[in-house]
Design a protein around this ligand. Structure first.
Ligand SMILES: C[S@@+](CC[C@H](N)C(=O)[O-])C[C@H]1O[C@@H](n2cnc3c(N)ncnc32)[C@H](O)[C@@H]1O
Ligand code: SF4
Length: 355
């Protein structure tokens, strides 16, 4: 079982971001953390036996570093019996709020993986994206995390933004390499509804060649692509949490707007902070997935990462299409498993197989 914990507060709202996060609700932090702990207790009691251990915990957001370490102490007390030395415990954070004190405190509580929202080392681009930090601050934060003893560090980068070129992105990756981090998530900008960038098509560059070029460059730097947007120095540093999602494992979702997935049911918590605080243990919605929905998801997710999917889950006609794609060298078949040779084609291939 995996666990996702959502912290819906941010210091600034980035112009591209549609995540459930707020810059004007800081007065609700205390009440929010109380509600979150209530839901966390309920989820653990309902879904885990006392001897069960969580495979992963992922504190995401929003920005988890907008919440003081003291506020996380009770969260980790609740988790205590459900985690052990094998549990991957990640927290996302922003360079401006992840101070030495905060990083040290979170390490003390048991966090063993850090994920920084860096996005770029170009101050002009950071400004354009409305980030709350600059490149100097980002470098310092990563160095601090390393000094404190974190040895599994991810940095998020956004590419495909107006003004990006191979050279500018190469510069970001060179900087990350020199900082000796272990994992990079490189996301192609998407223009999301409800954000400042929505409807501004000029902001996004759609250049597949650019993507292929820097995938190759990341490989040269030693970062292996194991999912469309994720690269790790080796298997040990892959995000077990995200990989769990792609393998269709069960997960608990705690916090406003978080989603859980257990035994083919998806559980949606209340998205609004006030509503969530009022009743954190009542779901907004429960969606039941049928067998076909699950197959579609397994094929789609499997083609986006190195996990692939099992050919036994699809029907005869779909398997004929898979064989066709294998002969065209688009897919690879090993025993019963089907693997994608080019993650950027994942959606197209899935559509072709499943239609
Ligand atoms: C929850 S945020 C990470 C933690 C922290 N809030 C931060 O931004 O520093 C998750 C990541 O999703 C990516 N992201 C969010 N919206 C995106 C979009 N519209 N297009 C591409 N990447 C996006 C960003 O790289 C961001 O770092
Ligand atoms: S990208 Fe991160 S910091 Fe920016 S608004 Fe979204 S969640 Fe907040």
């Amino acid at each position: 079982m995996l666990l996702y914990i959502h912290i819906p507060f941010c210091d600034s709202k980035c112009h591209y971001c549609a995540f459930n996060s707020y810059t004007d609700r800081f007065h609700l932090k205390n009440e929010y953390m109380k509600a979150l702990k209530k839901q966390l207790k309920m989820e653990l009691e309902r879904n885990l036996k006392t001897s069960d251990k969580l495979e992963t915990v992922f504190i995401g957001g929003g920005t988890p570093s907008t919440i003081k370490v003291e506020e996380y102490i009770e969260v980790f007390e609740i988790l205590e019996n459900f985690i052990d030395k094998n549990t991957e415990i990640t927290t996302e954070c922003n360079p401006n709020s992840a101070t030495i004190k905060w990083l040290q405190g979170m390490k003390g509580l048991g966090v063993n993986r850090i994920s920084f929202g860096i996005q770029s080392f170009d101050d002009k681009k950071l400004n354009f994206l409305n980030r709350a930090h600059n490149s100097k601050g980002a470098i310092k934060a990563i160095q601090n995390a390393k000094c404190i003893g974190f040895n599994s560090i991810n940095c998020d980068i956004i590419y495909g933004v107006e003004g990006d070129s191979f050279e500018s992105i190469k510069n970001d990756f060179d900087t990350l390499k020199s900082l000796e981090i272990q994992h990079i998530s490189a996301y192609s900008l998407t223009l999301e509804e409800g954000t400042k960038f929505f409807n501004k098509s000029e902001v996004k560059i759609d250049d597949e060649e650019l993507s292929y070029k820097f995938f190759k460059y990341l490989k040269e730097l030693g970062f292996n692509q194991y999912e469309i947007s994720n690269f790790a120095l080796n298997d040990k540093y892959e995000s077990k949490h995200n990989y769990g999602y792609w393998q269709h494992k069960n997960y608990l979702g705690v916090g406003a707007g978080a989603v859980g997935f257990i035994k083919n049911k998806r559980f949606y918590t209340k998205k609004g902070l006030e509503e969530y605080i009022q009743n954190p243990i009542e779901y907004e919605d429960i969606e039941e997935l049928n067998e076909e929905d699950i197959i579609v998801e397994k094929v789609l997710l499997g083609l986006r990462c190195k996990n692939g999917f099992d050919s036994t889950i699809i029907n005869k006609i779909q398997n004929t299409k898979v064989d066709e794609l294998v002969s065209l060298k688009k897919l690879t078949k090993k025993e019963n498993k089907i693997y994608n040779n080019n993650y950027l084609l994942a959606d197209e291939l899935a559509l072709y197989i499943l239609e």
